[in-house]
Write a protein that binds this ligand. Sequence first.
Ligand code: HEC
Length: 421
Amino acid sequence: MKAPRSPRPSAVLLALALSACTQPTVPGDENPPLVDLGDPVAGELAFRQECGTCHASRDGFDVAHFAYSDTTILRRALGHVDTTAALDIVAHVRSLEVDRRSPDVRIFQPGGEILSNDLEFATGLFGSDSWPDTLSTAGLRALDPREVPIAVAFPVWSDEESNRDWMPDNAFPDALLDFGDGDVRARLDEYRRTSSVQDLISALQVLGAADREEGNPDAPCVEGLDRLSPAECFDVRRWVSSFGAQFMLRHDLDGAVHNALHDVWWDIGHVARRTVLSDGFEGEIPNALENWVTWMYAGWAFEPERHASFYLAAGLARSELPRHATFHVLRAQVSRMEGSVAPYVDAANVPRYGHEPWVMEGLAFAYQHLLERLDAGDRPVDDLAQARDEVGTAYELAVPFVTAAEADTLRGLRDQILGEL
Ligand code: HEC
């Protein structure tokens, strides 16, 4: 049997409790703390029903983990439920035994700090404003993008003033959950039953695919621009991203989990990018360029071998972060899978998007890296013609940024690669 519930606080008591937090605590203060006014068991159910549609943790983990104050929880809860339920929710969130951290933390921010600009990135990483000509493939591979501080601020969990946060403004739409045979809802339910990582991945795979399902008239992220609903797509993807991220936070994971988890972070950036580059979408997603760069970087940092480098490199270049762009392109290049043409495309992206004064050292690095691959027997067998084109394009794009003597050196490397391809 349930314990008898304490009498409900009057509005006056509630007002006192609310104001208590803004005033210095007086010893012997009679106001009971908010947490004691509610029933945590009822609060758990209320959270699941009234909050858990948007807060994908469903049990309130995120609200507890980011240590929002009782008054903040109460204030936010009152936007969705009555005072009784709101106090129950406060009591429930307080009762959760989870690691707590500041609401201001930018989770997964590389190296845990934000640099102020592009130059600081270079000097912090390399000791000077140049691409070091001593850097080897192994040396670059050892620089983990999750650890290298950058001048791109990752989102906070909740930002009431802007869309630079993980929290989606809306629940994941029923029209996507129930489409077809309802597989998406079934897999989500299965994960919620077992909480296993396998079921998480399998839910993420169908959630990620649902937003671009051509056969579903309500899918907001379908490739054709005439069917794209950018704001909705952005929000749906934030929901899925926050759903995956809270699993990592709950289990204190800070390494790569699975591409189904990290790709959707990248995909948030992808829809933001489309609104920047396509006519007719201005203002659909506020802070579009920042969102493009941040979310793509977040996805890429966990899986540096994935994604063609021109997407993020172009965003970094537009954001006056060309040194970051060079780093991104070359760090992606050294992670590419064997047999792939991607490292050849990366080479051309060094002069296309990278820092102009670094074109000589950057492209020399990229060419050397391609030679190492070829020497090791790694050839882009299915795309030889494209690989040759990219190697040639890289040189052509580099010429305006290098001296005649440097161009000779680059030409020598180019011809060596073409000879071995
Ligand atoms: C319709 C979606 C939705 C529902 C339902 C919802 N929230 Fe939220 N919540 C958000 C969003 C979005 C944010 C991020 C801040 C913003 O954009 O306003 C947020 C942020 C918060 C925050 C942090 C506020 C801060 O100071 O940054 C708390 C606490 C919170 N919600 C509690 C709740 C509780 C408790 C409930 C249920 C009673 C609830 N929310 C229901 C969407 C929702």
